[in-house]
Design a protein. Structure first.
Length: 265
């Protein structure tokens, strides 16, 4: 009997030893995984304050740092694509990213957007004024197009147009960790904020309540709020928050939206 008990404990120890989920690495920024054409899988993260994309090997050692230069007064919004041969056929890594600027008027506000495709040496392959969203779509066996959805919110009604670009290469794969909700699910203004910020959201039709979280740049939740479908925004006083970059997102059921960045000055 004693031998049976000891054997049971031994197998329980083996299961515990080899069956646990273990933390491999914590990055202080929003991080994703990309499969590059010849280099294989890499982690990459977006550093908004420094307008950088940092790429890491699968052992978490630094592989490359690429500056995501944005026009004066703009902030990096999202790194959409990291590739070797999607946007050209040279040996350098290319990035496609979007950026934005908050513009205040005497009676209201609006946002200005843009996108760039750059080589790792920071040479600009393409600038797309007004581009708020950019996507790559497959249009043939080995044919891809870049679609840029552009907006001009300085006029009323806003001007909308779509630019379609031919691409010389093919898309391998990008694994986004941040979520599956569309980019337009959340919005915040003024951004950057110094006193009061309005966090806008739109819950899915069948969701009656959810939780809105505000997290610091390390991903730690610093505030949480219960929200429901009776409102479309949360007015938040930021005077008690330290200056820096924060993220906000919404959770309901087993779903979580994309995180949106806000800057507190």
């Amino acid at each position: 009997m004693k031998r049976i008990i000891l054997t049971g404990w031994f197998f329980l120890f083996i299961i515990t030893l080899y069956g646990q989920v273990t933390l491999a690495k914590t990055y202080s920024y929003s991080t994703s995984i990309v499969k590059l054409e010849t280099l294989g899988y890499k982690y990459y993260l977006m550093d908004v304050p420094n307008s950088q994309c940092r790429i890491y090997n699968m052992d978490h050692s630094i592989f490359k740092t690429i500056n995501c230069n944005v026009p004066n007064g703009y902030y990096l919004a999202d790194i959409k694509f990291v590739s070797e041969n999607l946007f050209n056929t040279d040996s350098q890594i290319e990035l496609a990213y979007t950026y934005y600027k908050y513009v205040s008027t005497s009676s209201s506000y609006y946002y200005m957007y843009g996108a760039r495709i750059v080589n790792e040496n920071e040479s600009i392959l393409q600038t797309i004024d007004g581009a708020q969203y950019i996507y790559v779509n497959k249009t043939g066996d080995a044919e891809y197009k870049l679609l840029a959805y552009c907006f001009d919110y300085s006029v009323s009604p806003e001007k909308v147009w779509t630019n379609i670009y031919n691409l010389p290469g093919t898309l391998v794969s990008v694994l986004n960790i941040s979520g599956k909700q569309p980019d337009s699910f959340l919005n915040a203004y003024p951004n950057p904020a110094t006193d009061l910020i309005r966090l806008e959201y739109q819950l899915p039709e069948k969701i009656k309540s959810a939780s809105l979280f505000l997290a610091d740049s390390n991903g730690r939740a610093v505030k949480s709020f219960q929200i429901d479908g009776h409102s479309d925004h949360l007015a938040l006083n930021v005077n008690d928050l330290s200056t820096g970059v924060y993220l906000y997102y919404i959770e309901y059921g087993n779903s979580r939206t994309l995180s949106k960045k806000i800057i507190i000055k």
